[in-house]
Design a binder for this molecule. Structure first.
Ligand code: URP
Ligand code: ZN
Ligand code: ZN
Length: 459
C-alpha cells in the first residue's frame, strides 16, 4: 500500500520543514517537495498541520497483576487508546513477581500482546530477584530482542530487589550492553513509614504521599546512581517526581554517571491535593512515587525544557473505582496507578508547547525521539526520514477538546485528567504506513502491532 502525505510541516528533532512524505511497504521511501504518487496511492493532505514521528511511550503497564488485582487494559484497548492519542509504539514493563519464574513471565507477557496490539510494542524485562538461573534466562531474553531491564527498589517482597540483587543486575547489564530502568524509592523506609502512619490511625489516601516522601525517592535515586557509578552500567530513572530526586540525578550526572531520567504525565500536571480528596476520588490519584507538592511541577517543566529530564512517559496503569476501593480501610492497599496513555501527547502539547513551557524540538524529542535513541529503536522509530518506519502523526493544532472518561478509549471508568482542556490532537495516525486513526476514531487494523526486537546499545 502506497501513501502520500502532502504539504505538512514535518517536525523532527532539530528541523521543521514543509515537505511531502511518500510511503511504500511500511517504510518512508521518499521525502521532498511536490512528490508524485501512482493512482492507487492513498493521499493525505496535511496542509496547516504539523507532522510528527509516531510518539513513543517508554513506560506503560498493560497486563499487570499487582496489589491483589489486575490493571484494567488489554493490549486491544490499551493500544487503541495509545493510537488515538498519537502513540504508535509503547514499551511495556514485563513484571513477573519475585515468586514467578522470569522466563515463564516473559513468555506470558509476550503472549498477552502478540496478535492483540494495534500499535508496535517492546518490553523492559523486570528483574525481580537474582537467583542461580537469572543470568542464563536474561541472556535468552536479550537474545530475543528485549534489550532493557527494569528493577524496582520499592515494593518490598513483591517486585523489589535488594542492593545485592541490584548490583548483580547492573553488573550483568554492563556486560550485556543493556540499559537498566529503575523505580527509585527506598522500600524499607516506605514499609516503616506506612506502619507508623497506620498505627496512628492515618488510613486515608492523603497519607500515601507522607508514607513515601520526597527524601525517600531522592535516596533511591542517589543509591541507584551510586550503583551505576560502581558497575559502569547505564541507567534510566523512571517516573522521577520531585525536585529533590532531580537534584540527586543531577549530582550523579555531573560526576559522569550514565543515568537518564524519565518523568511521567501525572507528575507534570497533578499535585498531591488530588490524592487528598475524600474517599475514592483521592484513591483515583494514588500512584508511586506519589503526586507531590505543587512547587515540584515547575522544577520538572524546567528540567524537561533543559533536557535534564530526557523523556515523558505515562506509567499508564488503570485501576477502576471498584479496584481503588480495595484500599478503603488502608491506603497501603489502594492499587497504585493512574491511566494516561491516551492523553500524554495532547496534554504535553497543550500544557507544554501551547503553555510556553516547552519548545517543539524538546516536545518531539521527549515524547518520541529520545526514547527511540535510548532504547535501541532509532532511526527505525522516532524520526521521519527515508528508511524509517512510516509511523506518522498528522497533528491538528486547531482542534479544541476536553479530556473525559466518557469519551476516552482506555478501559477504565475514570480519567485522572478529567476536564482538562486540550488544544490539538492527531487527525491521522499511521503505523508502518497503515492509517490506524482518523480524527479521534480508530479506523485501522486490530492486532497489527509487532514486537520490536532491539539490540544492546549501552556498552
Ligand atoms: O503507581 C504506579 N506507578 N503503578 C505502577 C507500578 C509502578 O511502580 O510503575
Ligand atoms: Zn514504578
Ligand atoms: Zn510503572
Amino acid at each position: 500500500m502506497a501513501l502520500l502525505i502532502r504539504n505538512g510541516d514535518v517536525v523532527n528533532v532539530g528541523s521543521r520543514v514543509q515537505t511531502d512524505i511518500y510511503v511504500e511497504n511500511e517504510t518512508i521511501t521518499r521525502m521532498g517537495p511536490n512528490l508524485q504518487a501512482p493512482p492507487h496511492a492513498e493521499i493525505i493532505d496535511a496542509a496547516d498541520k504539523l507532522v510528527f514521528p509516531g510518539f513513543i511511550d517508554p513506560h506503560v503497564h498493560i497486563y499487570l497483576p499487582f496489589m491483589a488485582t489486575f490493571a484494567k487494559d488489554t493490549h486491544e484497548t490499551g493500544s487503541i487508546a495509545a493510537l488515538v492519542g498519537g502513540t504508535t509504539t509503547y514499551i511495556e514493563m514485563c513484571c513477573p513477581s519475585r515468586n514467578d519464574d522470569a522466563l515463564e513471565g516473559y513468555q506470558l507477557w509476550k503472549s498477552k500482546a502478540e496478535g492483540h496490539s494495534a500499535c508496535d510494542y517492546a518490553f523492559h524485562m523486570s528483574v525481580t530477584k537474582f537467583v542461580a538461573e537469572t543470568e542464563s534466562q536474561l541472556r535468552k531474553i536479550v537474545a530475543d530482542g528485549t534489550a532493557s531491564f527494569k528493577i524496582f527498589l520499592a515494593y518490598k517482597n513483591f517486585f523489589g530487589v535488594d542492593d545485592g540483587e541490584m548490583y548483580q543486575t547492573l553488573e550483568l547489564a554492563k556486560r550485556l550492553g543493556v540499559i537498566v530502568t529503575a523505580h527509585c524509592e527506598n522500600a524499607e523506609l516506605v514499609a516503616r513509614l506506612q506502619q507508623k502512619l497506620l498505627a496512628e490511625g492515618k488510613i486515608g489516601p492523603e497519607w500515601h504521599e507522607p508514607s513515601r516522601p520526597e527524601s525517600v525517592e531522592a535516596e533511591g535515586t542517589g543509591r541507584f546512581a551510586t550503583f551505576l557509578e560502581n558497575t559502569g552500567a547505564t541507567g534510566y530513572v523512571v517516573h522521577l517526581s520531585c525536585e529533590k530526586a532531580l537534584q540527586a540525578a543531577g549530582a550523579a550526572k555531573s560526576r559522569g554517571v550514565r543515568m537518564h531520567v524519565e518523568s511521567v504525565l501525572p507528575h507534570f500536571l497533578l499535585d498531591k491535593s488530588y490524592a487528598e480528596r475524600p474517599g475514592v476520588e483521592g484513591m483515583k490519584h494514588v500512584m508511586s512515587p506519589p503526586l507531590r507538592a505543587k512547587h515540584n511541577q515547575a522544577a520538572l517543566w524546567t528540567a524537561l525544557e533543559q533536557g535534564s529530564i530526557d523523556t515523558v512517559g505515562t506509567d499508564h496503569c488503570p485501576f477502576d473505582a471498584e479496584q481503588k476501593l480495595l484500599g478503603k480501610d488502608s491506603f497501603v492497599n489502594i492499587p497504585n496507578g493512574i491511566p494516561g496513555i491516551e492523553d500524554r501527547v495532547n496534554l504535553l502539547y497543550t500544557m507544554g508547547v501551547k503553555g510556553g513551557r516547552l519548545d517543539l524540538d524538546r516536545f518531539v524529542d521527549s515524547a518520541s525521539t529520545r526514547a527511540a535513541k535510548l532504547f535501541g529503536l532509532f532511526p527505525r522509530k522516532g524520526a521521519i526520514a527515508v528508511g524509517s518506519d512510516a509511523d506518522i502523526v498528522v497533528y491538528d493544532t486547531n482542534y479544541r477538546g476536553t479530556i473525559s472518561a466518557k469519551t476516552h478509549h482506555v478501559n477504565n471508568d475514570y480519567s485522572g485528567f478529567e476536564g482538562m482542556p486540550v488544544e490539538g490532537r492527531p487527525s491521522v495516525v499511521t503505523v508502518r504506513g497503515k492509517v490506524q486513526v482518523r480524527d479521534g476514531q480508530f479506523v485501522g487494523e486490530r492486532g497489527r502491532g509487532k514486537m520490536l526486537k532491539r539490540e544492546p546499545t549501552h556498552f
